[in-house]
Design a protein around this ligand. Structure first.
Ligand SMILES: [Zn+2]
Length: 218
């Protein structure tokens, strides 16, 4: 039996599935079982880009997934990191079990961080690290506010846009280690490649990547 206070809370903050918006019981924002079952599958063993060993994604960036990621990044829905990150942890523990020592992420630039108020990839990395009981660490900082990758059409333009935008930080804590690099979406792999290149050139032993979604093959 709910107390009047709990009932009021539930009416004020009804819990919905983050993809289909169906009302759910429960205490937190989740993905409903139907949506989890029907997630558009990501391309298997995606090899877009270079330097990193493998990139594992939970689902394909289309339909409701695409809309939800848009809300996650641009409409202040930072709490989506919880259900998205948990699903990533499940898939990553299955696909890359025992292959990484630290979880890290591709950071947003200072300008976008100020506008958005959070770094969505960091939030995902925190949930993944917590769920898999692997330490999460910042390894990169973005030193240039470049154009959003989504505004660039060709793979070459996307590669050029991310060149030398990341600098390694906290190197003493991760040199010689195997890293799992988290981002929200992989498209051409240009961002993950450049971030991996910087990490490897500063002593990372190996880099694997994990994203929530992967754009469908062009
Ligand atoms: Zn749903």
């Amino acid at each position: 039996m709910r107390t009047p206070a709990e009932l009021l809370l539930e009416l004020s903050f009804p819990q919905r599935c983050v993809l289909c918006h169906r009302f759910l019981g429960g205490e937190e924002h989740i993905l409903c079982p139907d949506c989890v079952k029907n997630l558009p599958p990501a391309e298997k063993d995606l090899k877009r880009g270079e330097f990193f060993k493998r990139c594992v994604s939970v689902c394909s960036y289309e339909g409701r997934v695409r809309e939800a990621i848009h809300r996650f990044k641009f409409k202040a829905c930072s709490f989506y990191a919880e259900p998205f990150g948990r699903l990533m942890a499940q898939v990553l523990s299955r696909e890359l079990a025992g292959q990484f020592d630290l979880v890290t992420y591709v950071p947003v630039g200072p300008l976008r961080f100020r506008l958005r108020g959070y770094d969505q990839a960091r939030l995902l990395a925190e949930v993944v690290g917590r769920e898999l009981e692997v330490p999460m660490l910042r390894t990169l900082t973005k030193i240039r506010n470049n154009a959003p990758q989504s505004s660039l059409l060709t793979a070459a333009a996307r590669r050029a846009n991310v060149q030398n935008v990341y600098r390694a930080v906290n190197r003493g804590q991760w040199a010689g280690k195997r890293l799992l690099l988290i981002d929200d979406v992989v498209t051409t792999g240009a961002t993950l490649s450049e971030a991996s290149r910087v990490l490897l050139s500063h002593g990372a032993k190996r880099v694997f990547c994990g994203t929530f979604a992967a754009t469908p093959k062009p």
